[in-house]
Ligand binder design. Structure first.
Ligand code: GFB
Length: 319
């Protein structure tokens, strides 16, 4: 087994997916480490093309890889584009993990997602709940692909002794989020909708579903910090839960967002839109024991996300 802590100092670190919300946060966090950062835009490297990926790895020789590239989206996008979510994620994972192994990468960290757990897993969800029951139908395609990715990391550990690990973040939000109301996740969607409702002087904000589902939210810079911590301090087969312990109902979240944005109208729930899984709070006992904790309270994180929304959409109102 590899020795811990893994020395990051002086390493060539490839962040795959550096233009996404998680990838950008990883770049911000890794800028504070004595590492050499490698990134590649889609025009230079298409991770769904195997030969391209293997050639890029052979040429650039990263020593550490964080696989944050993925086709992601909120509840509606997941349910609408099942092929894209299943196929693109499988291709990205297999190509990148395999190329990393072939190029002799010393450590790889793969990002899963809490939606891979069974829909009715006992709460809070322990890592052992994986593959113990049926998935939530609205995101089963994405979940299957993510499960394949973390099993592939586990398989490389077993068959080849590779130091490949997986982490399982809860619902994320923050700067760099996708602000498009149709394909975004709930925090970005509500921030945008509340902001626009305020600007237009509207009386009500539309919230999908019943407002009763519970979600745990983690600020994306906290996830990036956890990833760097775990690169150094984690080397086991189990895909590790990363949560914040900050769980709220969607109705509570909507009220918080309205307070942060300064929208004073009422909430109007639309039960014709899907609720998704009723609850997915992560049990983070394993991570707690390693000594890492999320730093950003939900309200502060929402204020920072709103500031980022204003900044990122300033010149692009149709984003
Ligand atoms: O964030 P979200 O799209 O993803 O939705 P999931 C969370 C909850 O917020 C659901 C409600 O109950 C939605 O019905 N919601 C209320 C809204 N208003 C809105 C809105 O305007 N937009 C959105 N998007 N939701 C995703 C998975 O599930 O979780 C992904 O589909 C991924 O695969 C992600 O794993 C973390 O938490 O339901």
């Amino acid at each position: 087994m590899p020795r811990l802590p893994f020395p990051l100092e002086g390493k060539r670190v490839f962040v795959a997916g550096h233009r996404g919300m998680v990838g950008k946060a990883l770049l911000r966090r890794l800028a504070r480490e004595p590492v050499e950062l490698l990134t590649a835009g889609r025009e230079e490297l298409d991770l769904t093309r195997q030969a391209e990926v293997e050639a890029w790895f052979a040429h650039n020789r990263p020593q550490v890889v964080i696989l944050a590239a993925a086709k992601v989206g909120g509840i509606l996008a997941n349910a609408t584009y099942p092929v894209d979510f299943l196929e693109q994620n499988l291709l990205i994972e297999v190509n990148t993990i395999r190329a990393a192994f072939l190029a002799g990468v010393e450590k790889l960290l793969f990002l899963g997602s809490s939606c891979i757990y069974p829909k009715f897993a006992p709460q809070p969800i322990r890592e052992e709940a994986l593959l113990t029951g049926p998935l939530e139908p609205t995101n089963q395609w994405y979940a299957i692909a993510k499960i394949a990715g973390l099993e592939l990391c586990a398989a490389y550990r077993r068959q080849h002794g590779a130091d490949f690990v997986s982490v399982m973040p809860t619902n994320l939000y923050g700067p760099g989020d996708n602000w498009d109301p149709l394909s975004s996740h709930v925090v970005a969607a509500l921030i945008r909708k509340a902001h626009e409702a305020k600007e237009r002087g509207e009386r009500a904000l539309e919230v999908w579903g019943t407002g009763t589902p519970l979600r745990e939210f983690l600020f994306v810079d906290d996830l990036a910090d956890a990833c760097v911590f775990l690169l150094r301090h984690y080397s086991e087969e189990v895909a590790l839960n990363v949560g914040s312990g900050q769980e709220v109902s969607i109705a509570e979240l909507a009220r918080l967002v309205c307070a942060v944005v300064g929208f004073e109208g009422e909430l109007r729930f639309d039960p014709s839109k899907p609720d998704g899984t009723p609850r997915k709070r992560l049990d983070t006992s394993r991570l707690d024991a390693l000594g890492w904790r999320a730093a950003t309270p939900l309200r502060e994180g929402l204020a920072r996300a709103y500031a980022a929304f204003l900044e990122e959409t300033r010149d692009r109102p149709s984003l």
